[in-house]
Design a protein around this ligand. Structure first.
Ligand SMILES: [Zn+2]
Length: 710
């Protein structure tokens, strides 16, 4: 890797427009405070979302209200202070270009200019715009001692784009017109493919131009590159991160689960990554500080997966406090960074211990977006993320170590995992199916859910599952009921799961279906088990399908369970040396909708008992304690992150959680010592039945425990 960012990064997200009486920064105070925080990297605004840049530009639009060269002053002082200095460049948003070059605008289907996040946006397909951005960024490289670029907002607007350039290039690429009126899912899929290709070519061209500019100037190290979204699980491209030196994505309170999901995505891509987080309450530009505990919570999530944190701070541009970042913001960041500095050496450069691999498919995410765009139902767009997100919560709350891996993970690596989960992968290619068969045949364990392998490459329904042989079932038909119940559960679930039918109501389609949204579009699948497969639960139909328009419904939102079917709700199958659990029901989205503790216990039984995972680590800890298991040459590192929100709030409630956490490990080598990393305190451990057992007496925020190998 050419560049790895420092762990403690500062981000100045200072989008200043052109119309204020002045914009200024008290440079001396600013850099005294930056030094006090112990930051290693500073990312500072060269060109803002408003469009004007903070240096006198010969190419772009210069901010009229600053005195002198603000960006240049910051760059020079940052380098003099030994900081890594990264230029922030907002790529497509600009009020200035919206006025100067309306012909570069992204357009909707009717040809009207689009806005993104309230700002006019230019199109990356437009050659003149691309050349303009390239020249503007090359000017920054020529004039300033920057160490790299962070590119924000290199996006197509969700409603776009149908500009002249897009129409021409789309036709060249696919041989037919970009005429959305007649588009089916396959054509929308082509549009998303086109947009992903344009975006990635655009970024690559900027890198090439700026790298050449750097190489032609005075001898300096090469530029580091990253762009927003390169580390986002929402991405519809498996190649967006190519060429990035590190991955970037955002983490905002109260979405702590999303932050964890995103870190797993980055970790699975195998590159360094950073989480951008606001210093203010919930998002950028709240102008009111959050608590140190809240930033520590998000930081702990990044650290537990070897990532960096990237904390925002913004000066007031003018007025009574003009030129200053509030002292309390600096105090907050200084406190967080001191806390990070104690931990970072136990965090960076480690790799996860492989236990569970959750397969992520960018192609499926793209295909499902296309289905939604083709009018097949808005819920499709959120299925990849929604299912992964629910699974993330289940795995975290049952304390099973897991990683998100791209679907092309090689068989040899796959074999390192005890369990592979396909939460929602409707299209499984023949190649992936072959790899999964080889994995299971060789003793691997597989858990799959719902529509997985029931769709073709462009979103067309298949007559049977591509993985029917592994699942041990054949597809019959979709239930006509929009809610169902899981009934006649196997004795193995008792007494953890109560003895009554359990509601299965899908989440994503409830939110996005048309009126009144009470009949989810995702129905359970009736399947017939093959010989050798065993049902662990059955589907029960409700007494009626509700109609909320006509009053044909029963107390209130869901009809009660009525009649059992012979169709399984959970199946376990043996294939070769391996074992497969398949659930023909939207269990993950149902969990997302109600967060039922009983569906969680059911999941825990399936993973822990039916599939026997994990054979390497077992943990008993409160739900609010998140875990991550990493390794290096000296052994294993177990991260315990205590993340408890204040009541229905975005803030972390920091307190010593004193419940004992019981850990059993079987790493495959003798454990010579167990110690708490930051304090260096040794922990007592015992050996029993081949396991090493240790009890950790609680955690406040982020505890790292090393299992040292002999
Ligand atoms: Zn366009």
């Amino acid at each position: 890797m050419a560049h790895k960012p420092g762990t403690r990064m500062l981000f100045c997200d200072w989008h200043m427009p052109n119309f204020l009486p002045e914009i200024r920064i008290d440079y001396d105070e600013y850099f005294d405070e930056v030094r006090r925080t112990g930051a290693q990297t500073l990312i500072f605004m060269a060109k803002t979302a408003h469009g004007a840049c903070l240096f006198p530009s010969e190419v772009g639009v210069t901010n009229r209200t600053m005195a002198g060269d603000l960006f240049g002053e910051i760059a020079g002082r940052a380098k003099a202070q030994g900081l890594e200095f990264i230029a922030y460049y907002n790529v497509v948003l600009s009020w200035e270009l919206g006025r100067l070059h309306p012909e570069w605008s992204q357009l909707d289907r009717e040809g009207r200019p689009l806005r993104m996040f309230l700002y006019p946006c230019s199109c990356m397909s437009n050659d003149e715009f691309a050349d303009y951005v390239g020249a503007h960024m090359a000017e920054i490289v020529r004039k300033y001692p920057i160490d790299g670029f962070f590119l924000d907002l290199q996006y197509f607007a969700p409603e776009g784009c149908f500009c002249v350039s897009c129409r021409r290039m789309f036709r060249e690429r696919f041989g037919y017109d970009l005429a959305p009126g007649a588009f089916e899912a396959a054509q929308w899929l082509d549009l998303y493919t086109y947009q992903a290709e344009v975006r990635e070519r655009f970024i690559a061209a900027l890198r090439e131009r700026c790298d050449a500019e750097r190489a032609s100037g005075p001898a300096r190290p090469g530029l580091s590159w990253s762009w927003n979204g390169s580390g986002s699980p929402f991405s519809i491209s498996a190649t967006l991160h190519h060429g990035a030196d590190y991955l970037s994505t955002e983490a905002h309170p109260p979405e702590y689960l999303h932050a964890d999901h995103a870190t797993r995505y980055c970790e699975g891509l195998g590159k360094p990554f950073t989480l951008f987080m606001p210093e203010s309450q919930g998002s950028w530009g709240d102008w009111t500080v959050t608590t140190p505990e809240t930033i520590k919570g998000l930081s702990a999530i990044a650290l537990a997966h070897g990532g960096s944190l990237n904390v925002n701070h913004v000066p007031y541009p003018c007025g009574d406090h003009g030129g200053k970042v509030p002292r309390v913001v600096w105090d907050t960041i200084a406190e967080v960074f001191a806390w990070v500095a104690e931990r970072e050496r136990f965090c960076t450069g480690k790799r996860p211990v492989p236990v569970v691999a959750v397969l992520h498919s960018a192609h499926n995410a793209r295909m499902l977006q296309a289905l939604a765009r083709a009018g097949k139902g808005g819920h499709w767009a959120g299925e990849t993320y929604g299912n992964e997100h629910a699974l993330a919560q289940l795995l975290m709350e049952t304390h099973v170590p897991w990683e998100l891996r791209q679907e092309d993970v090689p068989l040899e690596e796959l074999r390192g995992y005890e369990l592979v989960i396909l939460p929602y992968v409707p299209y499984v290619s023949g190649e992936l199916a072959g790899r999964l068969r080889a994995y299971v045949d060789g003793g691997g364990k597989l858990l799959a859910s719902y529509h997985t392998s029931l769709f073709g490459e462009c979103g067309e329904r298949l007559g049977n599952f591509t993985l029917a042989d592994l699942f041990g079932v054949d597809y019959v038909e979709e239930s006509r009921y929009s809610v169902s119940y899981l009934d006649r559960l196997d004795e193995l679930f008792r007494p953890d799961v109560p003895d009554m039918p359990l509601l299965l109501k899908d989440a994503a389609s409830v939110r996005s279906s048309a009126a009144p949204g009470l009949n989810p579009a995702n129905h359970v699948l009736y399947c017939r088990p093959r010989g050798g497969a065993r049902a662990l639960a059955y589907i029960a139909d409700p007494i009626i399908e509700s109609n909320f328009e006509t009053g044909y419904y029963v107390y209130h939102d869901h009809a009660p369970p009525g009649y059992g079917t012979e169709y399984p709700g959970i199946v376990v199958n043996t294939c070769g040396q391996g074992r497969v659990v398949y659930m023909p029901v939207p269990l993950f989205q149902a969990y997302r909708s109600k967060k039922s503790p009983f569906l969680k216990r059911l999941f825990a039984k399936l993973v822990g008992d039916v599939l026997g995972v994990s054979e390497r680590i077992r943990l008993q800890a409160p739900v609010s304690v998140k875990t991550s298991l990493q390794q290096d040459e000296e052994g294993w590192l177990l991260h315990l992150v205590h993340l408890q929100k204040e009541t229905d709030s975005m803030y972390v409630d920091s307190f010593q959680r004193s419940d004992a956490i019981a850990v059993r490990v079987r790493p495959g080598w003798p454990v010579a010592a167990v110690e708490e990393c930051v304090s260096g305190r040794a922990l007592e451990f015992h050996s029993r039945d081949g396991w090493t057992e240790v009890t950790i007496p609680g955690v406040r925020d982020h505890l790292i425990v090393r299992f040292g190998r002999a």
